[in-house]
Design a binder for this molecule. Structure first.
Ligand SMILES: Cc1ncc(COP(=O)(O)O)c(C=O)c1O
Length: 399
C-alpha cells in the first residue's frame, strides 16, 4: 500500500482538498497491473475503463515502465526550443506508419484538437479566402477548452460558459446531406470522430466517411479526424481511418498513444502545414519522457500486432454481448475493435456501473441507457469472460 494513502485520516483530508468536478467512489486506487487495479484496502477491480480508453497496453506495461525508467536517467526534460532524440524517433515512427507527413506533439487531446483547428483556420486564411468555419457533428466530443466546448456537439454544454467561441456549425452525424448543406464559402474544414466515443459509441458509416472525403476534395477544404479515442490501435487498426480507406488531411491523437503517460499529437499532410514560427507551441510538448512513451507504445503495437489482436478480442466481446443481450434485455451491441457499447432496456446505466463496481468491475455508462467497454487492447479472452460474468450478475441485481 502507498505511504500516502496509509491512514483513513490522510485519505479524508486529501479528499477535502480536491476541487469538486465529479462524484467519485470513496475507494482510493494505489496499484495497477494489466487489466486490474487495486485500491488502498487491497480490493481488486477488473478495469474496463482503463483511464478512459487510455491504458492501451494495460496498467503499468513492463515494456513502457522499462523505457521510461531508462529515459528518466538520460534526459528528463530538454527544452521546447531544442530537439531531443526521443522526439525525432517518435515523430518518424508515427509519420512513417500513417498517411500524414508532419507531426506536432502536445500533452492532451484538447490541446492537439485546438492545434488542429488553428492549423485549419490558418489554411483557410491563406488558401480559402479567409474561410474559418468548421463543420462538426451533433453529439460529438472534442475536449473541454472553451474552443472545443464550442466545437463539440454535446447538448449539456450548449448553455455552459457562455459566450461560445464562434465559427463552428453542427450537423447530424452520419448525415452526408446535412454536411453538404452546411458547407459554404466560409467553411475551411470538417472535423469528425470516426467513432463518437463519449457520445455513446456511434460508428461512422463507410458511406459517410467516403462522402466526407469526396466533399472535401471537391471544395478544397480539409478533413480533420479526431482520433484521440479511436487512434493507437483501439479500433483494430493503428488508426481508425484505416478501417475506411479514407485519408484525413489532419489527424489528432491522444489517450492510448502513451498508454497512461500523458502525450498527444496532431499530424497533417505536407500541403496543410502552413504554421510559421510562433503560431503553435507549448512548454511540455515533445518532452523526452512523453516521446519515449509514444515511441515505445506504437513500436510495441506494431511489433506485436496489437491492433489486430484488439480487432479479434472486440469481435469476441461483441459476440458474447449479443448472447448476453438475449438473456438480459440488452440491445444494439455496437463498436469497432475494443471500443464497444450496448444499450440497456431502461435508464439504468448509473445503477449498473455502481453495482458492477461493488462486484469489482469498472465499466462506464456514456449515456443513462448505455454501457461502454474500453479495456486494455491486451485484454485476454478469460478477462473478457470474467467481465461478462460480473456484468450479468450486476444486470440481474438492478433489474
Ligand atoms: C474524441 C475525443 N477528442 C478529444 C478528447 C479530449 O481529450 P483530453 O481529455 O485528453 O483533453 C476526448 C476525451 O475523451 C475524446 O474522446
Amino acid at each position: 500500500m502507498s505511504e500516502l494513502a496509509s491512514t483513513p485520516e490522510m485519505l479524508s483530508s486529501a479528499t477535502e482538498s480536491i476541487m469538486y468536478v465529479v462524484t467519485r467512489p470513496e475507494q482510493v486506487m494505489v496499484r495497477g497491473k494489466g487489466s486490474y487495479l487495486w485500491d488502498a484496502e487491497g480490493n481488486r477491480y477488473l478495469d474496463f475503463i482503463q483511464g478512459w480508453a487510455v491504458n492501451s497496453l494495460g496498467h503499468c506495461p513492463p515494456v513502457l515502465v522499462r523505457a521510461i525508467n531508462k529515459q528518466m536517467k538520460e534526459l528528463l526534460n530538454g527544452s521546447p526550443a531544442l530537439l531531443n532524440d526521443q522526439m525525432i524517433a517518435a515523430a518518424d515512427l508515427l509519420v512513417k506508419n500513417s498517411c500524414l507527413d508532419k507531426i506536432w506533439f502536445g500533452n492532451s487531446g484538447a490541446e492537439v484538437n485546438e492545434g488542429a483547428i488553428k492549423l485549419a483556420r490558418k489554411y483557410g486564411a491563406e488558401h480559402l479566402n479567409g474561410a474559418y468555419e468548421i463543420i462538426t457533428a451533433n453529439n460529438s466530443f472534442h475536449g473541454r477548452t472553451l474552443g472545443l466546448m464550442s466545437a463539440s456537439g454535446k447538448e449539456a454544454w450548449h448553455k455552459l460558459f457562455e459566450p461560445k467561441v464562434p465559427g463552428f456549425v453542427h450537423v447530424n452525424f452520419n448525415s452526408l446531406n446535412a454536411v453538404v448543406d452546411a458547407v459554404s464559402d466560409r467553411t475551411c474544414a470538417i472535423m469528425m470522430e470516426p467513432i463518437q466515443g463519449e457520445g455513446g459509441v456511434y460508428v461512422a458509416s463507410q458511406e459517410f466517411m467516403s462522402g466526407l472525403r469526396r466533399l472535401c476534395d471537391e471544395k478544397g477544404i480539409l478533413l480533420i479526424l479526431d482520433e484521440v479515442q479511436t487512434g493507437a490501435g483501439r479500433t483494430g487498426q493503428l488508426f481508425g481511418y484505416q478501417n475506411y480507406n479514407v485519408e484525413p488531411d489532419i489527424m489528432t491523437l491522444g489517450k492510448g498513444l502513451g498508454s497512461g503517460f500523458p502525450v498527444a499529437a496532431f499530424l497533417a499532410k505536407d500541403h496543410v502545414c502552413v504554421f510559421e514560427a510562433g503560431d503553435q507551441g507549448g512548454t511540455f510538448g515533445g518532452q523526452p519522457l512523453a516521446m519515449t512513451a509514444a515511441y515505445t507504445v506504437i513500436k510495441h503495437m506494431l511489433d506485436k500486432n496489437i491492433p489486430d489482436r484488439a480487432r479479434r478480442r472486440g469481435n469476441f466481446l461483441k459476440k458474447k454481448l449479443r448472447k448476453l443481450a438475449k438473456e438480459t434485455g440488452l440491445s444494439n451491441v455496437r463498436g469497432t475493435g475494443l471500443l464497444v457499447a450496448v444499450d440497456l432496456p431502461h435508464d439504468q446505466g448509473a445503477a449498473v456501473v455502481a453495482n458492477a463496481f461493488d462486484k469489482g468491475l469498472l465499466i462506464n455508462a456514456p449515456k443513462p441507457n448505455a454501457l461502454r467497454f474500453m479495456p486494455a487492447l491486451t485484454v485476454s479472452n478469460a478477462e473478457l469472460d470474467e467481465m461478462l460474468s460480473i456484468l450479468k450478475s450486476a444486470l440481474l441485481s438492478v433489474s
